[in-house]
Design a protein around this ligand. Structure first.
Ligand code: NG6
Ligand code: CA
Length: 517
């Protein structure tokens, strides 16, 4: 009897010990138990631009490796089909159509995140995380009328980032300078920067008037100030010593991201590594020029993939890979000609950036917002492929759950178990957005309300999802959204509209009469 009791006690203690060992999700009380978190975010990378998502003409071994050792989501969505709203949704967990300012912003736009709002970095700071952003911001800076020669705020540092090394807007928009913790890097005070999106500065050349100064031609838009022989959106004067060199941007951001990791390896840290590829202008470093055989768009994807490999190698060599959750995704779908002649269309060579989906950047069809989404955490994430419906909105509450933080409100859902590959449960529905126009996915169904406007945006040659009647698709049988079932499935359509309106409210369409036809 005594022996049996003793054995039972030993077994019990053993079980507790095992239980303790198995407790893989840190509760967050002790700083050292918290994992590091990195979001690697690409700009305009399409669903089909990654080998793991079916690309055959383009090689992305480093992203593929993350997909193979992590969870590759087939149904992961960005919150919008363009950059600013999408990034707003990712960082705040709030649907971007709830914020009227969340539209593609000029480089002079004020900050659109309320400094009182919850954001991923702000939330993580509560648990002692050191938080940083390296790369593209595009969420506005200052309160309007920014003086680029003084401290520029509010910006990332006022919404939760301890450290920031950013470009203000996009690679094709002025100011074409890096900003570190609110100050323009390498600025010569004798040569102050001025920026204007309405008027040029006297005597300054432009893409429109000085084609002889260009080494990259503009196709539409992009004909204002010329920097490094590339015409941009917006006018800029001065700041010569501070101007970035486009071909070095990948190395610059990578070095910053690596230094951030090495400097804060004691952890826990959160890094938002917001890469510029493959957004225009596509300017691969000469090491990557012609690396893909698909022209500059392919080359910069290969370049980005290399940088991701280097970055992951830094995590490995610092001994952090088993204690770092990596989330890799893109802010919106792909576009070929986005305003410069760079042979992206001509040199496609059979590559399908959409991965079989309809539409693209700017579109309410699937390719606008369905993007590569991969989670990776050595020894913690159960590798596999997940078809759970997940949105980048959900990163916020899932990270809150991972780190033991309570968050009120937002549109984010805690899908931590799903992101870690331990559950197939996704969200039941998601509102899709293409800069203010919205659509609705529930289960395998997608409903796109009627919208005015062209069905195809001619300049970028992308179908936008505008039509004068409701569109209804079943993605399970029709992933390419070729067959509109609105007439054939009126009951389903009604149910989708009702459920959509219960989240979105009415008045979402610019077409007044929304009677079902
Ligand atoms: C558009 C630009 C496009 C790109 C986009 C923003 C023109 C004609 N087109 O207005 O080139 O910069 O804005 O892209 O100017 S995003 O990925 O940042 O949303
Ligand atoms: Ca983008």
């Amino acid at each position: 009897m005594k022996n049996i009791l003793l054995m039972a006690a030993v077994l019990f203690l053993g079980a507790c010990k095992n239980g303790e060992k198995k407790k893989e999700i840190p509760e967050g009380d002790k700083k050292e138990e918290l994992p590091n978190i990195v979001i690697i975010y690409l700009d305009d990378l399409g669903y089909g631009d990654v080998g793991a998502y079916g690309a055959t003409e383009l090689s992305t071994p480093h992203m593929d490796k993350l997909a193979q050792g992590g969870v590759r989501f087939t149904d992961g969505y960005a919150t919008s089909a363009t950059c600013t709203p999408s990034r707003y949704g990712l960082l705040t967990g709030v649907y971007p159509w709830k914020n009227e300012e969340a539209k593609i912003l000029p480089g002079t736009a004020p900050l659109i995140i309320d400094t009182a709002q919850v954001t991923i970095p702000k939330m993580l700071k509560q648990k002692g995380y050191y938080t940083g952003i390296v790369g593209k911001w595009h969420l506005g800076l200052g309160r309007g009328e920014v003086d680029w020669n003084k401290e520029i705020k509010p910006g990332p540092n006022e919404v939760g980032f301890d450290y920031s090394f950013i470009m203000a807007a996009t690679q094709d928009r002025v100011p074409t300078v890096y900003i570190e913790d609110g100050k323009v890097v390498n600025l010569d005070t004798e040569d102050p920067i001025e920026v204007d999106y309405e008027r040029n500065f006297d005597g300054e050349p432009t893409g429109k008037d000085n084609p002889e100064l260009l080494r990259m031609e503009w196709h539409h838009g992009h004909n204002n100030s010329i920097v490094n022989g590339i015409p941009r959106i917006g006018f800029m004067k001065g700041g010569e010593s501070a101007k970035w060199i486009d071909e070095e941007m990948t190395d610059t951001f990578l070095e910053q991201a690596q230094a951030f990791v090495s400097d804060h390896k004691e952890g826990p840290f959160f890094l938002y590594y917001a890469m510029q590829q493959p957004h225009v202008p596509r300017t691969p470093h000469p090491r990557f020029a012609r690396a893909s055989g698909l022209g500059p768009r392919g080359d910069v994807i290969v370049e980005a993939d290399w940088a991701i490999g280097e970055f992951v190698e830094t995590l490995r060599s610092e001994g952090l890979l088993d204690n770092t959750l990596i989330i890799l995704s893109s802010d919106n779908g792909p576009v070929l000609n986005d305003g410069y002649y760079d042979r992206a269309v001509e040199q496609l060579n059979g590559h399908d950036p959409n991965g079989g989906l309809r539409g693209g950047k700017y579109s309410l069809f699937e390719a606008g917002t369905r993007v590569p989404l991969i989670t990776y955490w050595e020894g913690k994430v159960e590798p596999g492929v997940s078809d759970a419906l997940v949105s980048q909105l959900d990163v916020l509450k899932s990270l809150a759950s991972l780190t033991g933080i309570e968050v009120e409100g937002t549109d984010s859902k805690n899908l931590l178990e799903t992101f870690l590959g331990r559950s197939d449960k996704g969200r039941a529905n998601v509102v899709l957005e293409a800069t203010t126009r919205t659509a609705y996915r529930e289960g395998d169904w997608v409903m796109i309300p009627p919208y005015e406007g062209p069905s195809v945006e001619q300049k970028v040659n992308i179908e936008l999802g505008n039509s004068d009647g409701y569109l209804l698709f079943n993605l399970e049988i029709d992933p390419g959204q070729q067959t509109n079932l609105a007439q054939k499935e009126p009951e389903k359509l009604r149910e989708m509209i009702e459920n959509f309106e219960s989240i979105r409210g009415k008045g979402y369409s610019d077409i007044q009469s929304l009677e079902l036809k």
